[in-house]
Design a protein around this ligand. Structure first.
Ligand SMILES: Nc1ncnc2c1ncn2[C@@H]1O[C@H](COP(=O)(O)OP(=O)(O)OP(=O)(O)O)[C@@H](O)[C@H]1O
Ligand SMILES: [Mg+2]
Length: 283
């Protein structure tokens, strides 16, 4: 049986009298890619801060590697990598010097620096000061720093937010590769496509509460109630047919008698699910 790398049980957190996390329970297994999906202010970063030992909860328990996150030892911390806004980046140092500094602190073989710079596509920028990097390059430097010590568990708070599709896709490939090599990945996003593509399991977070949990595709099929299909024909007609015997007869008729351009099933996506449960969108 796979072990749980992360275990949150009945977590609550209040800021300025406002309940920011409300009875959060979650388990994440080793080697899983888990996504926390929710709109701005839902509490995603607060959960990452809690799990990485940067803040404490008001009540409930938060464990990584079966250790309470309020008292992580340095050997536990060494097993964790963190990608958050500007986390651990020294603006005036070059990309290489940033990684060298971190490598010295963690006693990492310096040869790994060039390997990681290449891996995150920054080999050509190694001498450039971090403060002069573009947003996408900067994000890749933060990721490079986070994976330099080959962590078993990687936290990424909105790793591709505001990045172009090519850079995002490069980061996704890297994350899949890390998972292949045994890393457990916890990411936050408000991008439903990213969550659907990347994650084995997701939790939908709204106002500090988990409102849905599971495999993204399974969640979407659970909310697929009308099983409709849309058929487009060469002559420009579009038919949207809900599942019932009359409509299905019509569908067969169209397939047999018309030139079909496309047929799509209309199951909801995560955005539709979120909207259905909360009455608001993810963005
Ligand atoms: N240090 C703090 N002091 C007071 N309130 C805070 C603090 N940190 C977070 N909050 C509040 O907690 C709530 C959740 O914030 P959090 O940063 O976790 O949201 P998020 O889901 O990460 O949003 P985003 O998608 O915008 O990053 C917000 O209402 C925020 O204002
Ligand atoms: Mg956030």
């Amino acid at each position: 049986m796979k072990e749980d790398v992360i275990c949150l049980s009945r977590i609550t957190k209040t800021y300025d009298g406002k309940n920011v996390l409300n009875d959060i329970s979650l388990k994440i297994k080793k080697n899983e890619i888990f996504g926390l999906l929710g709109p701005s202010g839902a509490g995603k970063t607060t959960i990452v801060r809690l799990l990485t030992g940067q803040i404490n909860a008001d009540s409930g328990s938060a464990e990584v590697f079966e250790e309470n996150t309020s008292g992580l030892t340095s050997s536990d911390k060494r097993k964790i990598g963190i990608v958050m806004d500007n986390y651990g980046v020294y603006e005036r140092l070059s990309c290489k010097d940033n990684l060298e500094l971190f490598a010295r602190i963690y006693n990492i073989d310096p040869q790994r620096i060039d390997f990681v710079l290449k891996k995150v596509g920054l080999a050509g920028e190694s001498k450039k000061a971090a403060g002069k990097l573009s947003k996408g390059m900067r994000q890749r430097l933060i990721l490079g720093r986070a994976i330099l010590h080959e962590p078993e568990l990687l936290f990424l708070d909105e790793p591709t937010s505001g990045l172009d599709p090519v850079t995002s896709s490069h980061i996704h490939d890297l994350l899949f590769e890390l998972r292949e090599n045994g890393t457990t990945i916890f990411l936050t996003t408000h991008n439903m496509n990213e969550a659907t593509k990347m994650c084995d399991n997701i939790a939908l977070l709204n106002c500090g509460k988990i409102i849905e949990y599971g495999n993204p595709k399974e969640i979407c099929s659970r909310y697929n109630t009308d099983f409709s299909v849309t058929v487009k024909t060469i002559d420009g007609k579009v038919l949207c047919l809900k599942k019932d015997s009359e409509n299905w007869k019509k569908l067969v008729e169209v397939i047999v008698n018309k030139d079909i351009l496309s047929i799509h099933s209309n199951e909801p996506n995560l955005e539709d699910v979120f909207l259905q449960v909360t009455g608001r969108g993810l963005e």
